[in-house]
Design a protein around this ligand. Sequence first.
Ligand SMILES: [Zn+2]
Ligand SMILES: [Zn+2]
Length: 296
Amino acid sequence: MEGARGADAAAEDGAEDTVMQKLMTETFGPSKEAEQESDRVQRGLDKMSELEREAPNLRWLYESPLPRTERQARPLQCLYCHTAKPAVSCAKCKVAPYCDKTCQTADWRAGHKRSCARYQLLGRAMRVPDADAHRMLMTELLRSVRMHLSPFAIAAELSAAETRPAPDGRRFVFVQSESTLAELSLPTARDTCGAELSVRRTVLLQHVTLPEFEKLTQEESGLRLLTPTLGPLESAFGARRAVAKPDDALVLLCFADGYHALASVPLVPDRRVCLVLARDYMGKEALNLHLDDEDQ
Ligand SMILES: [Zn+2]
Ligand SMILES: [Zn+2]
């Protein structure tokens, strides 16, 4: 998939990309080692699909207070055929609404058996119950986007080094969504009441410096609530400076209900493979990931 595309791009050897060439040589060494290195990259790419299933080894650096907003009760719709008169609920989670047993059985087979626990966790109020559940859902989200996030972070770092030098290296990936974490955690773009979500499920990735972020929080009223994270960000950068070779991306996640958290996310599969994959992300200031696109 994405990984295979990156490998092809690397094999084509686009000599026009001098920044990348220089970095590749610096990172991978002289060309006699190139063949050996490309094997290594291939092994790394093979590992991608494996990693996609694994939980990332995250470190949480800051988490905001839990959101207090309660979602309004919605009229129920059958989660399978989408009609408006459900008469039964899933016997297990007691949340997912269906018109009848037939729809319930069909949806169970179509995938509800894998996501039943998620409906039970969120309930019809679509509320993430506690800090542990928030962490669990954010970890899952990061697992699904980090195949893009890792090379994007490296690519942004490379182009920023050229155009917007930040000598102290205080940059991070700002991940925002106009959906709540609960909405992003569902298997389809319908809420636990069966209603279609009003906002398309998208995650926006930006690579920003601390001053750029500070400016964002002052200009956009919606981001003002993120000001308390400036302190934790400062200390995270401080801690990173103490590490000789940081192989993590610093990531700030922010959701529609105001919930936000700061985490240190390991690059996958590693920095070197990300350098190769980064070709596909060069020059992109921001990256919009649509969760409901089949071909994404
Ligand atoms: Zn139905
Ligand atoms: Zn269920």
